[in-house]
Design a protein around this ligand. Structure first.
Ligand code: GLA
Length: 393
């Protein structure tokens, strides 16, 4: 059926054990994983104190390793079928000598989490492997941060009492300060808190969350990777964030969460048109997200699907973070009978779409999307999965 086969957590961990023994010449004794995510709806709302509605994916990043007493952290990562693993070494941070970001770029996610870990970090050797598509808009970065945090937790189990929200915030801080991506809280939060068979409606202001069952055997979530990544995400994301905050401030509010559409309309002409459209997306999207969660809870897939398409259109026209490839994938999906809804997911400018559809039309949907899409897409059936966890070796 052309659905990509995803390496299981066990397979990844076993591969990690082999690479570990080849690299460090002893056996590892600790492992942890953090999943990627797909957001069903609620895009670019998290940094506006709004709602998001993601679920954790079966695809994970794993760390396999051991605590050491050398004072040096040695980290190795390798892609499947890559010739040479990539290695990095850094000292355990102290208050006099904190870790700082630098090259290689991939290690910043790990170093950032080590630096912001809530507790005492000891040195370690670790291998990192991942089945989360890199740069696909399904949170490969957060899965690495959260897996790293959960791995560090295993090195000293006395430190595990910290609330998951605190851990998510520490990982977000790591991403802000090391790779320097001013992300919201959605990705780290869902990577810690995901639950098998459920999506999670998260209020990014109060950090309260509600599990919504997504386990109807006749309805599935299809993730389609466009396999394109336009180099705009890095520069455009902070700009969007700033525009939203400025728009809220111009309307005398702390965030766009506090602005209604009526309030916004009253400021038409006061706020410059581009900023106005950005705000209109966010305000509408916050509303759509709670409605979609309510619809899914009632099994109203048609309503949920309509809201997903409205979300896509708004991201394309008002927020301007889609791209022709994502638009093509969504349009093609919506031409198939039995597809409820489809939209881009994640930051945008490439990456994946998420589609809610009847299980028995998956083969037709894939066939049609393949025919209509000018590029090479990859297809994943996404079962809502558990959040970060320890893996027993
Ligand atoms: C990226 C960020 C998230 C969120 C999405 C857009 O994935 O990491 O915090 O803002 O973009 O919804």
């Amino acid at each position: 059926m052309d659905v990509a086969v995803v390496e299981s957590v066990e397979q990844l961990v076993n591969r990690g054990k082999t690479v570990f023994e080849e690299t460090f010449a002893y056996k590892p004794n600790v492992a942890a994983c953090g999943p990627g995510r797909v957001n069903l709806i609620g895009e670019h709302t998290d940094y506006n104190d709004g709602f998001v509605f993601p679920m954790s994916l079966p695809q994970v990043t794993v760390l396999v390793g051991s605590k050491t007493d050398s004072g040096i952290c040695r980290v190795v990562t390798t892609a499947k079928n890559a010739d040479e693993p990539k290695k990095v070494e850094f000292s355990v941070p102290t208050s006099e000598k904190p870790l700082t970001p630098g090259e290689p770029a991939w290690a910043n996610y790990v170093k950032g989490v080590v630096q912001h870990f809530k507790g005492q970090v000891s040195s370690f050797d670790a291998v990192i492997l991942s089945s989360v598509p890199l740069g696909g808009g399904v949170s490969s970065s957060a899965s690495l941060e959260v897996a790293t945090y959960t791995f560090l937790d295993q090195l000293d189990p006395s430190q595990q009492n910290i609330d998951l929200k605190e851990k998510a915030l520490a990982c977000q801080k790591a991403e802000h300060e090391f790779p320097k991506m001013p992300c919201g809280i959605m990705d780290q939060f869902i990577s810690f808190m995901g639950k098998e068979g459920h999506a999670l409606l998260i209020d990014c202001r109060s950090m309260e969350a509600r599990l919504v069952p997504l386990s109807d055997p006749d309805t599935v979530v299809l993730v389609v990777n466009s396999n394109v990544r336009h180099e705009l995400t890095g520069s455009e994301y902070p700009t969007r964030r700033r525009q939203c905050h400025e728009a809220a401030a111009l309307m005398g509010r702390k965030s766009l969460r506090d602005v209604t559409l009526e309030h916004l309309k009253a400021h038409e002409g006061v706020i410059e048109p581009e900023m106005y459209r950005r705000a209109r997306h966010v305000i509408g999207e916050i509303q759509r997200t709670t409605e979609a969660a309510g619809a899914l809870e009632k099994g109203d897939y048609v309503k949920c699907g309509q809201l997903m398409v409205e979300s896509h259109n708004s991201l394309r026209d008002d927020y301007e973070v889609s791209c022709p490839e994502l638009d093509q994938l969504v349009a093609a999906a919506m031409e198939v009978d039995g597809v409820y809804g489809s939209r881009m997911t994640g930051g945008g400018f490439g990456g994946c779409t998420v589609t809610l559809l009847k299980k028995d039309v998956v083969p037709q949907a894939i066939k049609h999307i393949k025919k209509q899409y000018a590029g090479e897409a990859t297809f994943y059936l996404a079962a809502p999965s558990d959040g970060a966890r320890k893996v027993t070796l």
